[in-house]
Design a protein around this ligand. Structure first.
Ligand SMILES: [Fe+2]
Ligand SMILES: [Fe+2]
Length: 375
C-alpha cells in the first residue's frame, strides 16, 4: 500500500487509516503527544476490557434494529468526508492570540486523544472477536474513529504539532473497565460527543463570524457518525435487561452520568478564551449539551440526572473551583501544595457526592431504542 499517496479520509479499514497516520508521524514533534499521554481524572483515557465477554454477546434480541444499523454503517456514508477541501480556510496560528491558541490546541489535542481512545478500543475488539456481528460492528466503528483522529491530526499539523498515534497506542496507560462499564461510559461519550458537535455546528451556522477554525464545518457529518456509534451501544445494552434495569446497575448509570457531565463542565470551563472566540456562553453550552444528552439517553437509561435541580449547577461550580485549586496547589508544590491538593480533593469529592445523591428523574424506556439524529 502506498500510504503517502492516500488519505485517512478514504481508508476503508482502521489498519489502513493508522498506517497512513504512522507514515506521517515521522514529521511530527512531540508536544502534542506528551499532552495526549497525560492521565489525570480530566484527560481522555485509553480503555481495555474483557474482550471475550464482549465477544460472547448475542444480538438476536435486537436483530431487526441491529441489521438496519449495520446496513447503514456498511454503506459508509462519510467515506472521503474527513479531509481538507476548498472549504478549508487557512488558519492564522501565528497571529492568533496566544491564550486562544493554547486553548484551541488543547481542545484539538484532547479531541484527537478521545477519538483515538475509541479507535484503539474498537480496533482491539475487532482483532480479538470471533462473533461475526461484534467483529463487523467494531470494524466500522474503529474505521470511523481512525478517520476522525486522523483529520484532527491534519488540523494540528498546520499548527506544527500533531499527536503520534502509534507511539500513544504503545505507551499510553490503559484503564481496565468491565464490559458493562464500557457500555455506560462509551455510550455516553458517543452521545455527548454528538450533542457537543451538533450544538457547536448549529451555533456557528447562525453565527459564522465566530467560526475561527474551519474544522467546525465538518461537525455535522462527524456527529452523525458518533450518533450511530451510540446507537450500537444502546442496542448492545438492550440485549440483556439487567444491564440497565437492575438496582445496582442503575446506581452505576447515575455514577457514570455524574462523572461524564461534571468532567465535561470542568474541562469546558478551563477554556474561557476558546468559548469566547466561538461566541458561546459556557454555562449555556454545557446545559444545552446535557439537556440533549438526557433526551437521547431516554432511549436506554431508566434514570437521568435532574439538570434543572439548582443543586446540579451549584455542584458543578463547586467541582470547577475545587479542580482549579487542586491545579494551583500542584503548581505550588511542597507541603503546602500537598495539603492544598488534599483539601481540594475532599471538596471535589463532596461536590461530586452532592450531584450523585440528587433525586433522579425516572424514564419509561421504549420498546425499541432506535432513534435518528434530530438536532
Ligand atoms: Fe469519533
Ligand atoms: Fe464515535
Amino acid at each position: 500500500m502506498n500510504v503517502q499517496a492516500r488519505h485517512t479520509a478514504d481508508a476503508t479499514t482502521v489498519e489502513e487509516g493508522l498506517a497512513i497516520q504512522e507514515a506521517q508521524s515521522a514529521y511530527d514533534g512531540d508536544f502534542a503527544t506528551q499532552t495526549a499521554m497525560q492521565n489525570t481524572l480530566l484527560t481522555p483515557r485509553f480503555y481495555t476490557t474483557d474482550f471475550d465477554e464482549l465477544d460472547a454477546i448475542d444480538v438476536s434480541p435486537v436483530r431487526e434494529d441491529w441489521d438496519k444499523l449495520m446496513e447503514r454503517m456498511r454503506s459508509d456514508p462519510n467515506k472521503g468526508h474527513f479531509r481538507k477541501t476548498e472549504d478549508w480556510d487557512t488558519v492564522d496560528w501565528e497571529g492568533m492570540d496566544p491564550e486562544l491558541k493554547a486553548e484551541a490546541l488543547d481542545f484539538l489535542i484532547s479531541s484527537c486523544t478521545a477519538e483515538f481512545s475509541g479507535c484503539v478500543l474498537y480496533k482491539e475488539m475487532k482483532r480479538r472477536g470471533t462473533n461475526k456481528d461484534i467483529k463487523e460492528l467494531f470494524s466500522y466503528m474503529s474505521r470511523d474513529e481512525a478517520r476522525h483522529a486522523g483529520f484532527i491530526n491534519d488540523a494540528l499539523r498546520e499548527a506544527g504539532v500533531a499527536v503520534n498515534l502509534g507511539f500513544l497506542t504503545k505507551q499510553k496507560k490503559y484503564t481496565y473497565f468491565r464490559p458493562k462499564f464500557i457500555y455506560y461510559a462509551t455510550y455516553l461519550s458517543e452521545k455527548i460527543g454528538y450533542a457537543r458537535y451538533i450544538t457547536i455546528y448549529r451555533h456557528l451556522e447562525a453565527h459564522p463570524e465566530h467560526r475561527f477554525h474551519p474544522i467546525f464545518k465538518w461537525f455535522k457529518e462527524w456527529c452523525n457518525d458518533e450518533f450511530a456509534h451510540g446507537e450500537a451501544f444502546a442496542l448492545l445494552m438492550r440485549t440483556d435487561p439487567k444491564i440497565t434495569g437492575s438496582f445496582v446497575n442503575k446506581l452505576w448509570i447515575r455514577f457514570f452520568l455524574t462523572a461524564v457531565y461534571s468532567t465535561m463542565w470542568i474541562r469546558d470551563h478551563a477554556r474561557p478564551r476558546f468559548h469566547e472566540a466561538l461566541g458561546v456562553d459556557i454555562d449555556w453550552y454545557d446545559m444545552e449539551v446535557f439537556a440533549k444528552t438526557n433526551a437521547i439517553a431516554r432511549q436506554v437509561f431508566p434514570v437521568e440526572i435532574d439538570i434543572d435541580n439548582p443543586r446540579f449547577a451549584a455542584g458543578c461550580r463547586r467541582l470547577e473551583r475545587a479542580s482549579r485549586d487542586i491545579d494551583a496547589a500542584r503548581a505550588r508544590g511542597g507541603i503546602a501544595g500537598l495539603a492544598g491538593r488534599a483539601g481540594g480533593m475532599a471538596r471535589a469529592a463532596a461536590a461530586f457526592l452532592s450531584i450523585y445523591t440528587m433525586s433522579v428523574r425516572r424514564n419509561a424506556v421504549p420498546d425499541s431504542p432506535r432513534m435518528e439524529p434530530a438536532y
